[in-house]
Design a protein around this ligand. Structure first.
Ligand SMILES: C[S@@+](CC[C@H](N)C(=O)[O-])C[C@H]1O[C@@H](n2cnc3c(N)ncnc32)[C@H](O)[C@@H]1O
Length: 254
């Protein structure tokens, strides 16, 4: 794995959530799933009327037949829309905490008639932690490209790729489903590798082959991926397959 200044930070990341930080947004009550400290709007999803509309959209998306892909932190959303355009039989769900990005993604979907694209302003960690919001096996692919590295202070509680995240993502994936992550930050790559061990249902697998076989094609790089290619920065990529039917069949097969 990558080296660098990771050691201490990696340990800190692997235990984030146990550091005594208070959650943002006031009093925290245990949610139906698990409390997520610092989540957008808090993590008690069923007590947040302002999230009801987004959660209803998510429910509708998960009721659609066929394979489903979840992109976390889609930013400019071009990867999201390219995926949806290339694979109309897939439901492509994007979660982003930045409202403007969500509105842009929806506008692009409407403009191009991408009925299978669902962009939502929700905190991915709270959503994945809630079995009410995301039933077991709901997604065929979950991916997070270049999740924001928040190494210090209270912002650390907003880190995505913690052990809890891996456990939640494993639960959200159908057997044979793919979890795909990338980062250009060496200590975060170390933290991802360490945290993945929390989900024994996930089996590490070569990422290129996994993308080819288990993810719908996508002509677009994410913004950060493009920047890394331009600047010649090394990118650390991780692919995991949810154990189960993996050896018999891949997602999307009948
Ligand atoms: C560093 S950017 C990477 C964006 C894009 N995936 C890329 O590869 O260029 C991280 C993105 O994740 C979003 N984000 C951060 N935490 C999130 C969370 N808990 N749920 C959903 N989106 C989140 C941020 O708003 C930001 O757009």
């Amino acid at each position: 794995m990558t080296g660098g200044a990771g050691g201490d930070t990696v340990r800190a990341v692997a235990t984030s959530g146990d550091d005594g930080d208070e959650a943002g947004g006031g009093g925290v009550i245990a949610p139906p799933g698990r409390d997520v400290r610092g989540a957008l709007g808090g993590s008690r999803l069923d007590r947040r009327p302002e999230l009801a509309e987004e959660l209803a959209r998510l429910r509708d998306a998960l009721a659609r037949p066929g394979p489903r892909l979840l992109e976390i932190g889609f930013d400019h959303g071009r990867r999201l829309s390219a995926t949806a355009a290339a694979s109309p039989t897939w439901t492509v769900v994007g979660l982003e905490v930045r409202e403007q990005r969500v509105l842009e993604a929806r506008a692009r979907a409407a403009e191009h008639g991408l009925d299978n694209l669902v962009a939502l302003r929700l905190d991915a960690r709270a959503i994945l932690a809630s079995p009410d919001a995301v039933p077991e096996g709901a997604f065929t692919v979950v991916e997070a490209l270049f999740p924001t590295p928040w190494p210090e202070g209270k912002a650390r509680r907003r880190l995505l790729a913690t052990p809890d995240f891996f456990r939640d993502a494993a639960r959200a994936l159908a057997p044979g489903g793919l979890l795909y992550l990338a980062t250009d930050v060496a200590w975060l790559a170390d933290a991802m590798a360490a945290s993945a061990g929390a989900a024994p249902e996930l089996e590490a697998t070569p990422w290129e082959e996994a993308l080819r076989e288990r993810r719908p094609p996508c002509s677009q790089r994410s913004r950060r991926e493009w920047r890394c290619a331009e600047d010649g920065l090394p990118v650390h990529r991780f692919a995991f397959v949810r154990r189960g039917w993996a050896s018999q069949r891949g997602p999307g097969s009948s």
